[in-house]
Design a binder for this molecule. Structure first.
Ligand code: PEP
Ligand code: MG
Length: 325
């Protein structure tokens, strides 16, 4: 089967009725990068920078970070890559950084919150990224943004680093593209403001689902209780994708849903044209894309999301649909 998928590597990712779907990769270490070539992915939709920090014995210095990011950028070549700023705290702890005991780590002092409160860490990372991307594009996105004002604060921090590096004559990234991960439900109610100010957004469906349903994603007692393939969650995703499209802001999704053919099919039906997933998923998802009659699926699925139209089991409906097509 894997050999079969390899044959798909250079085949276009286009639905039967002609819609192109960009399949990107989730990565986080230099060793992941050869997978780009092997899978035929169009770029790196999510580069989890914290993994580089988690495998290190101590906090990497700015020069060490710069070198790592440079190697990653060399490996992706001309393809786009979205670097996500450090997403630590919560359950992703760094052994060499003092952490605080928290009763609810997922809701705690993590990601951009920690970055804004302890800016030295975030500024070092941004400085390293700006320098590593000298002469090319840097796409930078921020995790766990809860309010647009946090994005603005992070941007101010980047601007400060840019001024600092320029003043000292360092070559830096030629163009900058800023993104925000949509993974905290409050952002759904500040989408207009957000989309006015960012260059792209990426939905972190793992966390968005966790927070929307108030179910710990790592707790098996509750994590399978609710299905992302359900009316409320699909409506939320649809709202995001439609708003982004209306305001011409590129939108992608990089949670686990993108990596399984059935859920990826749903995302495409909702309007996502870029999705990002683990390397092993590219083949199976591309196979699904190439056999998909998107117009037909949309006609069958979207009415079921309208109020009062249907109360059946969406996943069962989609499974049956996938089998008969
Ligand atoms: C997500 O939350 O969906 C996501 C992609 O980020 P992570 O899994 O690293 O939290
Ligand atoms: Mg997340």
């Amino acid at each position: 089967r894997q050999a079969g998928y390899r044959r798909l590597r250079n085949k276009p990712s286009v639905t039967k009725d002609g819609t192109a779907i960009a399949l990107h990769l989730n990565a986080g270490l230099l060793v992941d990068m050869p997978q780009l070539e092997e899978s035929g992915a169009a770029g790196v939709g999510l580069f989890r920078t914290e993994l580089l920090f988690m495998v290190a014995a101590r906090l990497p210095r700015v020069s060490e970070q710069e070198e790592l990011y440079r190697q990653v950028l060399e490996a992706v070549g001309d393809r786009p890559i979205n670097f996500r700023s450090l997403d630590i705290g919560g359950d992703k702890l760094l052994p060499y950084l003092r952490s605080v005991e928290e009763e609810n780590p997922a809701l705690g002092w993590r990601a951009i919150r920690l970055g804004l409160d302890r800016p030295a860490l975030l500024r070092t990372q941004i400085r390293a990224l700006l320098k590593a991307a000298a002469g090319r594009e840097l796409r930078l996105m921020f995790p766990m943004v809860t309010m647009v004002k946090e994005y603005r604060a992070a941007r101010a921090l980047v601007d400060r680093e840019i001024r600092h590096l320029r003043r000292h004559g360092h070559p830096i990234a030629e163009t900058l593209r800023y993104g925000v991960m949509i993974e905290v439900p409050s952002l759904l109610f500040e989408l207009d403001e957000l989309l006015e100010e960012v260059d792209f957004v990426s939905v972190g469906s793992n966390d968005l689902f966790q927070f929307m349903t108030a179910t710990d994603r790592g707790n098996t007692r509750v994590s399978s209780r609710y299905d992302p393939v359900s009316v409320p969650f699909l409506r939320a995703l649809r709202l995001i994708v439609e708003k982004a499209e209306a305001l011409h802001v590129p939108v992608s999704l990089c949670g686990e849903m993108a990596g399984q053919p059935l859920t990826a099919m749903v995302l495409i039906a909702l309007g996502f044209r870029t999705i990002s997933m683990p390397p092993a998923s590219i083949g199976p998802v591309k196979e699904m894309v190439r056999s998909l009659d998107l117009g037909r699926l949309r006609a069958r699925l979207l009415p079921r999301l309208e109020p009062g139209c249907w109360s059946g089991d969406l996943r069962a409906f989609l499974k049956a649909y996938a089998e008969e097509n």
